[in-house]
Design a protein around this ligand. Sequence first.
Ligand SMILES: [Zn+2]
Length: 60
Amino acid sequence: MAVPKRKSSKSVVRTRKRTIKAKVTGTAACPECGAFKELHRACKACGYYKGKQVINVEAV
Ligand SMILES: [Zn+2]
């Protein structure tokens, strides 16, 4: 089995992890209320998804 010849330095590891974290966002502005929401999820602020209200936010 192949084994790394040297230990990765702190700066190499941290640079790699920075680039990974920068790619993962998964959030966008809600088209109904403009609040940040998770992609492919109903908005927690207004309860809308795909232009329809799917969660009754006012009742909670
Ligand atoms: Zn919303």
